[in-house]
Design a protein around this ligand. Structure first.
Ligand code: FES
Length: 255
């Protein structure tokens, strides 16, 4: 983990409320595992808490990374107004990401995401394809205008899409398209609670199901207990999403 003032190379809006930041800095050298995040200070004095933003893509050759976030409050609104040349105080990479060392060439992997849970799945999918895995993506969005980067993901593997209102792809949640694809060797998923619950229950017999949990965070480094979730076997015991996760085996946690 490092702290660095990273340089904003570019910011583009991908969809309503969805923005992509390209940042450059030495911190990129520390990024290897897909599914980790940066904890970023909002460049405004009165906003004290950092915001956790997952790493969408790592480009080591350029010392750059891409992060995608949704504007949800004052902090992320401040991020969305930043222009090329700004610097951002970044801490990271933080958390335990997706474990993919065991993935073998030719294995079939389902990558399942919804809404703002989709960004970290790109670096994951890229690394899986590099290992020779066959990746299929199942993505859910609220509506057609909220979708982004589908062509980019399609370069790595087939993409199936569902939208809540049926304006693009199948109508319904992403679980609507589960029956359309073969049961894979492993599943990696990121999204809201409902999505993760449906993944965990529909694929309970798949041996490797990894879920990236969303949680409100404060410190981001395991010191404040703002982000706890419960262990599946003993719900009175907790795990910290920021430090023990955000990625967990589905059999480990209650979602
Ligand atoms: Fe502080 Fe996780 S955010 S312990």
């Amino acid at each position: 983990m490092k702290q660095e003032a990273m340089h904003l190379v570019e910011q583009v809006q991908l969809a309503p409320q969805i923005y992509e930041l390209t940042l450059a800095g030495e911190l990129v050298k520390e990024m290897n595992v897909p599914g980790q995040f940066l904890h970023i200070k909002v460049p405004r004095e009165d906003l004290i808490l950092r915001r956790p933003i997952s790493i969408h893509e790592i480009a080591k050759e350029k010392n750059e990374c891409k992060l995608i976030y949704r504007t949800e409050g004052e902090g992320t609104k401040v991020f969305s107004e930043l222009k090329k040349g700004a610097t951002l105080d970044c801490l990271g990479p933080l958390g335990n990401g997706f474990q993919i060392e065991q993935v073998q060439k030719g294995q079939k992997i389902l990558v399942i995401g919804g809404g703002i849970g989709i960004p970290p799945l790109y670096e994951l999918s890229k690394q899986l394809v590099k290992k020779g895995a066959i990746v299929t993506h199942l993505f859910g969005f609220a509506s057609k205008d909220k979708r982004y980067h589908l062509a980019k993901f399609a370069e790595l593997g087939v993409v199936h899409v569902a939208t809540d209102d049926g304006s693009y792809g199948a109508r319904g949640t992403v679980a609507t398209v589960f029956p359309n694809v073969d049961v894979p060797d492993a599943i990696y998923s990121c999204g809201n609670k409902g999505l993760l619950q449906s993944v965990a229950s529909y694929y309970e017999n798949v041996p490797d199901v990894q879920l990236s949990l969303e949680a409100r965070m404060a410190c981001g480094i395991g010191a404040c207990y703002a982000c706890v979730c419960s262990k599946k076997e003993s719900p009175n015991e907790t795990l910290k999403v920021c430090q023990d996760g955000p990625v967990f085996q589905a059999r480990e946690v209650l979602v």
